[in-house]
Design a protein around this ligand. Structure first.
Ligand SMILES: *Cc1c(COP(=O)(O)O)cnc(C)c1O
Length: 396
């Protein structure tokens, strides 16, 4: 048996996406830049996918730029906004401490290049306060970047409100919507979003395709120089099969979106209730302002990595919440940002559900996690100290 509960890391491709992709690999393999009819057929498919995605984001097709994924879109969004700002003498950027590394590491580079970055604290509930965003904006601020939904703890940020503040103050607003796209409604008009990143493989599309939405008038800086693809903003022959698959996957994910969200959230809450029965366990992130498929717990007195290994033995694919830090002893920057102490942040578990998750899988997982935590604690010297009172519990 295999139970896949790591859908925030990547997802299984949907049959609809795969069906849309195969003809582009087998028959319609022309280059969209070629002038003969075979190439123009590929171009039509490309532009159809662009229009389909634009309709889902509530923007114009020419505001949709295809990238290789979420990381590239984040990099390009930040670098473009920084360049626009620098041209006006504005070199200050506001973001948050719990962004994805694609944002945080780009900000590190921009800092080295002379930009000043204010990283807002995230509150214990995993939510950014719009008033604090407003207070951090200065006359020389060129960009605010706040993620739509966090990839570790699933908290959904008040992006429309933050967008409104940025619009009022004349500051560009970027949101990393990689975890939100296909899972939550997106309307870049209503939400006042100037730049938005998404990635196909997080909503049952293929790996290696993403979108950077850039509002008309926000001039993108190419990260890759070469041909004139993507209106001269992103060189390289378009990955047509993946792009067409992405459009189909987004279409499918958005269809019956409300019903899907309700169904997945009910399973999520069943899992949360089950895991909350484990003593000295705490849910990370707000229980309500939360992605329908995200569950993230800290268990006192254990190591997240050991827990993952035991769950793997039971056929459960999970994450310790810090996706890219396997092999490092650093606890998750997200859990530290919401104020969890180091020793607690080490004992974290992220389980992320999909449309395909079943109630049987959830019940099996509750049982497996409960047993695994008990087993690890029975072998843990830290747990012995907690039990004897030699060390106080952090999680009551
Ligand atoms: C996965 C992810 C990314 C990176 O997307 P890729 O397509 O894998 O490059 C960026 N931001 C968030 C929030 C993510 O979850």
């Amino acid at each position: 048996m295999q139970i896949y509960l790591d859908n925030a890391a990547t997802t299984r491709i949907s049959p609809a996406a795969l069906r849309a992709m195969l003809p582009c690999l087998e028959e319609h393999y022309g280059n969209p830049s070629s002038l003969y009819a075979f190439g123009q057929d590929a171009r039509e498919r490309l532009e159809r996918a662009r229009a389909q995605i634009a309709a889902r984001l509530h923007c114009e097709a020419k505001e949709v730029y295809f990238t290789s994924g979420g990381s590239e879109a984040d990099n390009q969004a930040l670098r473009s906004a920084a360049r626009i700002g620098a041209a006006k003498g504005k070199r200050h950027i506001v973001s948050t401490a719990f962004e994805h590394h694609a944002v945080l590491h780009t900000l590190d580079r921009l800092r080295e290049e002379g930009f000043e970055v204010t990283l807002l604290d995230v509150h214990g509930d995993g939510l950014v306060r719009p008033a604090e965003v407003a207070a951090a904006i200065r006359p020389d601020t060129c960009l605010v970047s706040v993620m739509y939904a966090n990839n570790e703890i699933g908290t959904i940020q008040p992006v429309a409100e933050i967008g409104r503040i940025c619009r009022e103050k004349g500051v560009l607003f970027h949101t990393d919507a990689v975890q939100a796209a296909g899972h939550l409604p997106i309307d870049v008009q209503e939400q006042n979003i100037d730049l938005l990143s998404l990635s196909a493989h997080k909503f049952h599309g293929p790996r290696g395709a993403g979108v950077l939405y850039a509002r008309t008038g926000v001039r993108l800086t190419p990260l890759i120089e070469g041909g004139a693809q993507e209106r001269g903003r992103r060189a390289g022959t378009e990955n047509l099969p993946a792009i067409v698959g992405m459009a189909a996957a987004l279409e499918e994910a958005c269809r019956d979106g409300d019903a899907r969200r309700v169904r997945v959230a009910a399973l999520r809450d069943r899992l949360i209730r089950g895991l909350a029965r484990i003593p000295h366990a705490v849910l990370n992130g707000d229980p309500v302002q939360r992605l329908p498929g995200n569950v993230n717990f800290c268990f006192e007195g254990i190591e997240g990595e050991s827990l993952l290994l035991l769950l793997d033995d039971e056929g459960i694919c999970a994450s310790s919440g810090s996706a890219c830090t396997s092999g490092s002893l650093d606890p998750s920057h997200v859990l530290l940002a919401i104020g969890r102490p180091h020793e607690i942040a080490h004992g974290s578990l992220r389980l992320t559900l999909s449309e395909q998750t079943t109630e049987e899988e959830i019940d099996y997982t509750i049982d497996a996690v409960t047993r695994a935590v008990a087993r690890l604690r029975s072998m843990s010297p830290v747990w012995r100290d907690l039990q004897s009172g030699a060390r106080p519990f952090v999680i009551q």
